[in-house]
Design a protein around this ligand. Structure first.
Ligand SMILES: O=C(O)CCC(=O)C(=O)O
Ligand SMILES: [Fe+2]
Length: 255
């Protein structure tokens, strides 16, 4: 017998209507604890140029310090994450949403440490993704509880956007957001929020005293090709992780 699909027909319909859907408890508390432990392992890995990409940001609460903002391109360096991301329930759910086979485009963990910044309203597709594929689906996996106070995601309360509302590399303007509101979508460890690359979203800074870690796994339909390595090669060239930066050059995060 085939496994039951991870998403119900109602959940698939919600995604089709809005571009996003929150699937509560896709992973058990024990599985979420394991993902949390794997995240600690990634943080403990020595930083080496050319390997997993670790980015830092200036703290909002203590401007004299830099705090870990995110880690990307880590699947090649962690077998547990690699297996989680490329198979099982996550891939099966994403394939339900594409109604087609899918491949991994990118993986990252946003740490949003105490003092970590929020994100201006944007569509992920605005980050230059159209040169790789016309549509992506991201699975946001809660590692820590994400709340309004620590900067959970806020999603557009609107019919699904099927194209770019804003320009590449700039946040959405008030005019571009005039027809919809953003609603907070708090998540518990093990919850998964699926959203496509045109779904407008934002988040607030974390002004609490605990970190808010979220795993983001982004996929595209297999028929649009496997662009993961090229994407990270391009990103290392244009916006390298801190350890790969040249002294005296300023690098700017855009969306
Ligand atoms: O982690 C967050 O609060 C939002 C992140 C986000 O939207 C992004 O990295 O594109
Ligand atoms: Fe985003």
């Amino acid at each position: 017998m085939r496994d039951t699909p991870p998403l119900s027909a109602d959940e698939v319909d919600h995604f089709a209507a809005t571009g996003w859907v929150a699937r509560r408890g896709l992973f058990s508390a024990a599985e979420a604890a394991e993902i949390s432990r794997w995240t600690d392992e990634l943080v403990a890995l020595p930083e080496v140029a050319g390997q997993h990409m670790v980015y830092y940001e200036d703290s909002l609460t203590d401007p004299t310090t830099r705090v870990m903002q995110r880690i990307e391109d880590f699947c090649p360096w962690h077998a547990g994450f690699d297996a989680l991301v490329r198979g099982g329930r996550l891939l099966a759910a994403v394939e339900q949403l594409f109604a087609a086979p899918a491949v991994l485009f990118k993986e990252k963990i946003n740490f949003k440490k105490p003092g970590g910044a929020g994100f201006e309203p944007h569509q992920d597709q605005q980050a230059g993704w159209s040169r790789y594929a016309p549509l992506f689906v991201t699975a946001l996996v809660g590692i820590d509880r994400a709340t309004i106070a620590n900067g959970c995601l806020e999603m557009a309360d609107a019919p699904r956007a099927t194209g770019m509302i804003g320009a590449e590399w700039t946040p959405l303007t008030a005019d571009q957001m005039a027809t919809f509101a953003l609603v907070p979508v708090p998540t518990e460890p093990g919850d998964v929020l699926f959203f496509d690359s045109y779904a407008p979203h934002a988040s607030k800074p974390n002004l609490t005293d605990a970190q808010r870690r979220i795993l983001y796994l982004t996929y595209n339909a297999a028929w649009d090709g496997d662009h993961r390595r090229q994407y990270y090669d391009d990103k290392r060239a244009s916006f390298p992780p801190d350890i790969e930066r040249s002294p005296g050059t300023t690098y700017r995060f855009r969306v």
